[in-house]
Every structure is written in C-alpha cells, then in structure tokens.
Design a protein around this ligand. Structure first.
Ligand code: C5P
Length: 223
C-alpha cells in the first residue's frame, strides 16, 4: 500500500510549520516544508541575478536548486544549505517569504518543483506543509488538514516571534503583509490556496499549540 501522507495546508502564520514539525517528530515520519523550496528558488534567483519577471530563468533556477536539508542533533531546527552556503536564517525572513509568493505564482516554476516534493514521500510516512499539498502535490493523501486562523491572530503570533528574536517590528505593517500574501496566494490561477474538497478545516484562532496539535492528531486518527 502507498506510503501514508498527512497534508497540512493553509495561509502563512497559521502555525503549520510548528504543527508539522511536532507531528512528524511524534510519528517518526519524514517532513516536507514545501514553502522552503519556493523561498529557496527566490533566494537563488536573487543570488544568480535572475529577475522575478524572467520566467524561463526562474524555471532554470527551480529545476537546478542545489539544496540540502541537514537535521541538527537533539532535534534542533533543520539547517538549510543552498549551493554549499548555510541560508537557514535568511530563508525564514519576511522578505524571503514575500519573494517566494512572487515566484510561486508561475505555473512552470511549480511544475519544476513537483517531483522534488513527491520524492519526500518515503516510508514510514510523510507530513507535508504548504499551500497545495492536498490539492495538487499529494491529491491521494489519506489525511488532509487545512489549518487557518484570523489574519489579526497570525500577525500577533508573527509579531511575538520577531520580537522574541530581538527584531523591531510594526504590527500594522505585519498585518498588511499577511493580508497581501493571503491575497496573492488565494487569488492566483496556479494552485491557489484553498482547502481540498476532502480536507478537514481546523481554525487555530485562540488555541495554544498543544491544542492545535491535539486537533490535528485527532483528525489524522492518531490521537
Ligand atoms: O509556507 P511559507 O510561508 O514558507 O511559503 C512561502 C510562500 O511560498 C507562500 O506564501 C506561497 O506563495 C508559496 N508556497 C506555495 N505553495 C506551497 C508552499 C508555499 O505557493 N506548497
């Protein structure tokens, strides 16, 4: 029987990344952070001087991405190595996410990353986090979650994360960015952000991370 997949899609800042990591660790399954591939494509394009309106150039960059995800001992954050350079911190910035959503509107870029994503499906199982995991990349996944939260709550969470990291941020600017990214992700023609028909929608507004994880585990029949 095929290797099981749990897909976790939703807008940015809904807690997908954290939930995906916790779930993968708890189950002992592999993890796919598909957003990282779009972030890395945008980052590599900037490094190589390929502008975001050069579609064939972006497709070349996506198809030839030289990336390694290196687990750190003791379950620390995975290190992201792009063409031999450690870009772990850079790939998580707001601007990397914003640039990712610009290259992600291009269907040919998405096509270039498709097989690379499917290759993460290996025994004993995969937890995959993104926008189109349940709709496009793993349409046969037995468990599909759509994790959402209000834009205000997502901006608040991001604000706290950035403040904790010692960065000075403006909450209103964050909220504007989150709304702009939602808008771009939901209203594009290539794999727009939306729940799969057979997805279970979980709203994490007002919930702590353990509560969200509990709901996701229950939805996945793993509670
Ligand atoms: O999830 P993350 O914030 O890392 O994703 C960055 C951007 O990459 C998203 O805003 C979206 O535009 C794009 N993306 C996508 N499809 C995915 C994952 C991410 O289009 N499966």
């Amino acid at each position: 029987s095929p290797v099981p997949v749990i897909t976790i899609d939703g807008p940015s800042g809904a807690g997908k990344g954290t939930v995906t990591q916790m779930l993968a660790r708890r189950l002992g399954w592999h993890l796919l952070d598909s957003g990282a591939l779009y972030r890395l494509t945008a980052l590599a394009a900037v490094r190589q001087g390929v502008p975001f309106d050069d579609e064939p150039g972006l497709v070349r960059v996506a198809a030839s991405l030289d990336v390694r995800f290196e687990p750190t001992p003791a379950g620390g954050p995975v290190r992201v190595i792009l063409a031999g350079e450690d870009v772990t911190a850079e790939v998580r910035t707001e601007s990397a996410g914003d640039n990712a959503s610009k290259v992600a509107v291009i269907q040919a870029v998405r096509d270039a990353l498709l097989q690379r994503q499917r290759d993460f499906r290996q025994a004993p199982g995969l937890v995959a986090d993104g926008r189109d995991m349940g709709t496009v990349v793993f349409p046969d996944a037995p468990t599909k979650i759509f994790l959402t939260a209000s834009a205000e709550e997502r901006a608040q969470r991001r604000y706290r994360q950035l403040k904790d990291a010692g960065l000075s941020v403006n909450i209103d600017a964050l909220l504007d960015e989150i709304r702009a990214r939602d808008d771009r992700d939901m209203n594009r023609s290539a794999a727009p952000l939306k729940p799969a028909d057979d997805a279970q929608v979980i709203d994490s507004t007002g919930l702590g991370i353990e509560e969200v994880l509990g709901k996701v585990m229950a939805a996945a029949g793993q509670a």
